[in-house]
Design a protein around this ligand. Structure first.
Ligand SMILES: [Zn+2]
Length: 127
């Protein structure tokens, strides 16, 4: 397997998200109708049906909602064991990604994490 993780393939819907990541920032869609954050990117708001979804920067803090330790990877660039997790953001949205910078067996539900946008793919690190 190649040691390089897959590169993002932006679509018109996700291009602003990936562009923000490329600038080291986390930006999520926010609905102009109901003000809720929406993630993953959607063409219309799953809460109110509105289509006024602009990207807005968020600060990248979160807490681990749940996680899994992957011991057999099928993704290039992700050496097992590694942790994949759903991350609750204080903005009300939930993100998905891997947690790096800590031994997998030490990750806990409720743990504070912060987005690491230093590479082409977002990661999460213990805060
Ligand atoms: Zn809405």
């Amino acid at each position: 397997m190649s040691p390089t993780p897959p590169a993002p393939v932006p679509s018109p819907l996700t291009a602003p998200y990936w562009a923000a990541c490329g600038r080291g920032r986390l930006a999520l869609q926010r609905c102009g109708g109901c003000a809720r954050f929406v993630h993953f990117p959607e063409p219309s708001c799953p809460f109110c049906g509105g289509d006024d979804l602009a990207y807005e920067r968020v600060d990248g803090r979160g807490t681990v909602h749940t996680f899994s330790v992957v011991h057999r990877s099928f993704l290039p660039g992700f050496a097992p064991p590694y942790v994949i997790a759903w991350i609750d953001l204080p903005e009300g949205a939930r993100a998905f990604g891997d947690i790096v910078g800590r031994a997998p067996e030490t990750v806990r539900i409720g743990q504070a994490v912060r987005a690491d946008l230093s590479g082409p793919l977002p990661h999460w690190r213990p805060a």
